[in-house]
Design a protein around this ligand. Structure first.
Ligand code: GUN
Length: 295
C-alpha cells in the first residue's frame, strides 16, 4: 500500500514558516505583504476559494484585501481595478479569481497585471521566465505545490520520467515545465499527454511520477499505473455522494482504491494537492513583497 502524501500537513508547515518570515519583516520594516484578491460575480466555488485565500493570508500575517465586482461588470471596469491595484504601492500581489464571466476576456485581464505583482504566475512574462528557468518570477501555485509534494517523496529526481495528463495553462503545461528544468528539484524526463492521445494508458504506464490534471473523475484506473509509481492527483471533481445522493463529494481524477495499492506514494483528494495551492500563493505574495523592495 502506498504512502499517503499529506498535503495538508506539508502546507501547514509552509504556512508556519511564512508566518515567522512575515513577523520578521514586520519587526524589521514595520510593514507586511498584502494580497488583493478580485472576485467577479457570485460563483459559489470561486467565492469559497476567495474566502479561503483571505483566511490563509490573515493566519500568516499577510494583509488581505478583497474586491468584489458584480457578474455584470465590464472588461473595462475590471481592467480599471487592476490598473489601480498595479499602481498601489501597498499592494504586493494581485489575484483575479478565474473563471471570469463570458463578457470578459481572461487573457486581457491576466496580461494587464503588473508581472511583479502576478502571484498567480499567469502573466506571459512570468510564464516565459519560468520556461527559461529564471528564479525571479512566480510559479503558478498549483504546479509549484505539486513539485513540492513530489520532492517530499523522491529525493533524487534526475532522469525520472514524469508523465503529465492534461495540458491546461494553470496546471499541465506549467508542471511539465517545472519538472524538466535542470535543477535539483527537477531534472526529469517529461511527457505531456492529453485528450488527443488514442490510449492515455500507453503513456501513464511509463510514468515513475504521474501527475493527473485532466478534470475527469476517476479516469486513472489501476491498470494505467506502473507498480511503484508516485501519483499526484490534481483533480477536484464534485460528484454525487453515494452515501447520500442529495449531497456531493469531492473526488480526484485518480481511482484511489485501484491505484493506491500499486503506487509507492499517492496524494489523497481532498487533502493532497488542494491545500498546497493556497500555501504557495502565500509564498508567492511574500516573494512579491521582497522582489518589490529589492530584498
Ligand atoms: N481558478 C482555479 N484555479 C485558479 C488559480 O490558481 N488562480 C486563479 N486566479 N483562479 C483559479
Amino acid at each position: 500500500m502506498a504512502l499517503i502524501i499529506d498535503g495538508k500537513k506539508i502546507a501547514a508547515g509552509i504556512r508556519e514558516e511564512l508566518k515567522t518570515e512575515v513577523a520578521a519583516l514586520k519587526a524589521h520594516l514595520g510593514d507586511v505583504p498584502a494580497l488583493a484578491v478580485v472576485l467577479v460575480g457570485d460563483n459559489p466555488a470561486s467565492a469559497t476559494y476567495v474566502r479561503m485565500k483571505g483566511k490563509g493570508c490573515e493566519e500568516a500575517g499577510i494583509r488581505s484585501i478583497q474586491h468584489t465586482l458584480p457578474g455584470s461588470a465590464t472588461q473595462e471596469e475590471l481592467l480599471a481595478l487592476v490598473d489601480r491595484l498595479n499602481g498601489d504601492p501597498a499592494v504586493s500581489g494581485i489575484l483575479v479569481q478565474l473563471p471570469l464571466p463570458g463578457q470578459i476576456r481572461e487573457s486581457a485581464v491576466l496580461n494587464r497585471i503588473n508581472p511583479v505583482k502576478d502571484v498567480d504566475g499567469f502573466h506571459p512574462v512570468n510564464v516565459g521566465k519560468m520556461v527559461a528557468g529564471d528564479e525571479d518570477c512566480f510559479f503558478p501555485c498549483t504546479p509549484y505545490g505539486c513539485q513540492i509534494l513530489i520532492n517530499s517523496v523522491v529525493k533524487d529526481l534526475k532522469g525520472r520520467h514524469v508523465v503529465v495528463v492534461g495540458r491546461s495553462n494553470i496546471v499541465g503545461k506549467p508542471i511539465a515545465n517545472l519538472m524538466v528544468q535542470k535543477n535539483r528539484s527537477a531534472n526529469c524526463i517529461v511527457t505531456i499527454c492529453h485528450t488527443a492521445a488514442p490510449d492515455i494508458g500507453y503513456y501513464t504506464r511509463q510514468a515513475d511520477i504521474l501527475v493527473v490534471a485532466a478534470g475527469k473523475a476517476g479516469m486513472i484506473t489501476g491498470d494505467m499505473v506502473k507498480e511503484g509509481a508516485v501519483v499526484i492527483d490534481v483533480g477536484a471533481n464534485r460528484v454525487p455522494d453515494p452515501a447520500d445522493p442529495s449531497k456531493t463529494m469531492q473526488v480526484g481524477d485518480v481511482n484511489f482504491d485501484e491505484v493506491a495499492p500499486r503506487a509507492s506514494a499517492i496524494t489523497p483528494v481532498p487533502g493532497g494537492v488542494g491545500p498546497m495551492t493556497i500555501a504557495m500563493l502565500l509564498k508567492n505574495t511574500v516573494k512579491a513583497f521582497r522582489l518589490q523592495r529589492g530584498l
